[in-house]
Design a protein around this ligand. Structure first.
Ligand SMILES: [Zn+2]
Length: 115
């Protein structure tokens, strides 16, 4: 399920000089993808949380488990993503001790309340 991003589909995307940007830099994103909600945001880094269902063989039941992952966010994506947004991240080479994922897509913004 690998998609080559040779063709620049998003012309409106601002370019950046971030070497760890999956679109403009040399960082290649490959491997597993996860989707989750942004729970923490730092400069160039964020944390997402998502729920997984794990099958327990002993009890023949599924269990919900929450996982957190740290991901690198590139300069061109940084402005678009806020806390509570639902995003997609993809595995890349380890960028630090805890970061081996990079943000590749904003799926939907945080749902507005009180309308
Ligand atoms: Zn970029």
């Amino acid at each position: 399920m690998e998609k080559q991003t040779k063709n620049k589909k998003n012309i409106a995307e601002p370019s950046c000089d971030d070497p760890h940007c999956p679109f403009h830099g040399k960082l290649s994103a490959r491997g597993r993808t996860f989707q989750g909600v942004v729970i923490k945001k730092f400069p160039k880094r964020l944390t997402i949380q998502f729920e997984r269902t794990i099958y327990l063989k002993k009890y023949e039941r599924y269990m919900k488990k929450k996982s957190k992952l740290h991901a690198r966010i590139s300069k061109c994506m940084e402005d678009k993503i806020d806390l509570g947004d639902y995003i997609q991240i993809q595995e890349c080479r380890p960028l630090s001790k805890i970061i081996h994922f990079v943000v590749i897509k904003l799926i939907r913004k945080k749902e507005e309340k009180g309308k």
